[in-house]
Design a protein around this ligand. Sequence first.
Ligand code: URA
Length: 265
Amino acid sequence: MERDALGEIRRYLLARRGVGGEVAYRMADAARPAEESRKSAREIVMITSPALRSEGAAVGQASLFGEPSRRRGIDLSGFDLAALDAVVSKCERCGLSGGRTRTVFGSGNPSSKIVFVGEAPGREEDLQGLPFVGRAGQLLTKMLAAIGFAREDVYIANILKCRPPGNREPQEDEMAACEPYLARQLELIRPVMICALGRIAAHGLLKKTTALGILRQGMHYYNEIPVAVTYHPAALLRNPNLKRDAWEDLKTMRKLYDETAREGE
Ligand code: URA
């Protein structure tokens, strides 16, 4: 069944009072061809958010992260998750391969309708080969439980499969080199919703350089899949004042997920 993208946007906007939901509702409802409507609805999300209006020119697109996998000379279309994991474990597409203990492919339920995407493995993850098993991971598990998800029922992955030295930020070339792996994972899992945890995850998925505080307030798409953006659990550990906003994000996300997942059944 084809997903009703405008419906998703409308519900999301209406759920997030103060983002101009009513205006978007009416404008997005105008009878236009589906693709055009979808595009304009997305623009409306940007225009009607007061925060976005004040941010103005900072809302920009950027082609920072390279091209889709096939054009980058790596065709992963024949690979299932196990085969992809094996390829990733031997990957030398960027300099991070030299410093890793283990690659961190992803974990959880490959049939999950929701995927949580983080930034990159840290020290614990690099040692264990599993995502989000350190302090930030423990908090993520609690965040998931707070909205009724058992960790093993969702799928968790990262933008990068290898740990950057000293947990520094991923570099552009590393993100571009790793991008085809996450792209293929998402192609195989086919979630109805993605949650980007933090700025790097959001920028990597959405190919935007917009501030996280702005991205949190909008609805986004990755290959037609709705993407919700919230804070990275490590940011919440550093700054507990953000937890209140993160809680609102999680509740909104859960609500939208329930509606979207139900529609797809
Ligand atoms: N932070 C991340 O973004 N991912 C992990 O797997 C662990 C910490």
